[in-house]
Write a new protein. Structure first.
Length: 340
């Protein structure tokens, strides 16, 4: 995965050549463990574990929500490389969801009826240690400018596609001008009705929700669904809430997907607090994913029996719409598999 996200000259601010705030915050992301530990008032590590080729990356905005002095902080655990990543566990592989096999054009993944997923970029603003894309060969898969063009052509030629999902990496790392081009092409394709954006940026880099982006999403003929990714209530502070409120004001439907992660959110208390907090800020809990079995992430796995038990307790204590669907992605199935 590319972590080379550098500030670029931008015209997003009408002639002003300085990069927008979010690009600067992105470039200022923390990339070394020693700095992160110092900011969090944690003692320096004696034996720093190797990062397995997936380097630390986390924006300051996300670090600001971590508890000082707590090595078990649920946000910290999502980003801090650990020695457990180097342990080979049978069944944990480089491409656990068979994404490569489902590429129907460069940069286009088609697994489910009516929906096509576009790989807009391989880059992310944060590196989540449990991510199934940590080993995905983006450049080979077509997450490049040429790949995006080929994907748009394939979408235009396939009338069965009613919904286009922008994914990556994080598609909101494309700047507003680039997104406007992509959305323009999709609007010109009559059979496309919905635009779905799978992004962690509203949570980890809320400055990305610029006036330009809100205007873009608020003025398209497409129905816009924004699926954010938060795993713990502590990720959702007032700044995140304010950004999401602006997207809701632009008539975006807001959903959340979370991954069930050992040590992060594998208690009824944590999951209930996440659902309650999401609803407070206008986001519907959509999916709770069983971990994809990617190499290096086995220590995050929650056994399925425990996942089912947690989910049952959630159903017993929350309104139905506040209970996310517990799912696992099984390669070759026509939809995500509902476990409960
Ligand atoms: C998850 C996923 C989708 C969307 O599935 P929904 O059940 O509609 O949320 C579409 N395409 C791919 C490749 C996916 O992995
Ligand atoms: S979980 Fe999302 S934001 Fe995190 S590394 Fe994976 S693709 Fe990027």
């Amino acid at each position: 995965m590319s972590d080379a996200v550098r500030p670029q000259p931008s015209t997003e601010r009408g002639g002003d050549r300085s990069p927008p705030t979010w690009r600067r915050e992105l470039a200022d992301g923390i990339r070394d463990v020693a700095t992160l530990r110092r900011l969090l008032e944690l003692p320096p590590e004696i034996d720093q574990p190797a990062d397995q080729g997936f380097p630390l990356l986390v924006p300051h905005a996300f670090v600001a929500r971590m508890r000082r002095g707590d090595p078990r902080d649920p946000l910290l655990l999502q980003v801090l490389p650990s020695a457990a990543e180097g342990v080979e566990v049978p069944g944990f592989t480089a491409d656990p969801v068979a994404e490569s096999a489902a590429l129907t054009a460069p940069g286009l993944v088609q697994k489910y009826a009516g929906r096509a997923l576009m790989l807009v970029t391989g880059a992310c603003a944060i590196h989540c240690r449990y991510c199934f894309r940590r080993e995905f060969p983006y450049a080979d898969a077509g997450a490049t400018r040429g790949g995006v063009e080929a994907a748009l052509d394939a979408i235009a030629a396939d009338e069965s596609i009613a919904e286009v999902i922008l994914s990556g990496g994080d598609p909101l790392l494309a700047d507003d001008g680039r997104l406007a081009e992509i959305i323009g092409r999709l609007e010109a394709t009559r059979h496309v009705r919905r635009l779905r954006i799978h992004t962690r940026l509203p949570v980890v880099l809320p400055a990305r929700i610029t006036d330009g982006l809100v205007g873009l999403l608020g003025h398209t003929r497409l129905t816009v669904v924004v699926v954010i990714h938060a795993n713990h209530a502590a990720e959702l502070d007032a700044e995140v809430a304010a950004g999401l409120r602006r997207l809701a004001g632009a008539r975006c439907l807001l959903l959340n997907q979370a991954v069930l992660l050992a040590g992060v959110n594998d208690t009824t208390t944590a999951l209930r607090a996440l659902s309650e907090r999401l609803l407070d800020i206008g986001v519907v809990p959509y999916y709770l994913h069983q971990l994809d079995r990617v190499r290096g992430a086995a220590h995050f796995e929650v056994p399925e029996t425990q996942a089912l038990e947690l989910h049952r307790r959630l159903r017993d204590s929350l309104p139905g719409y506040a209970v996310p669907r517990l799912v696992r992605e099984v390669p070759g199935e026509p939809a995500k598999t509902w476990l409960a």
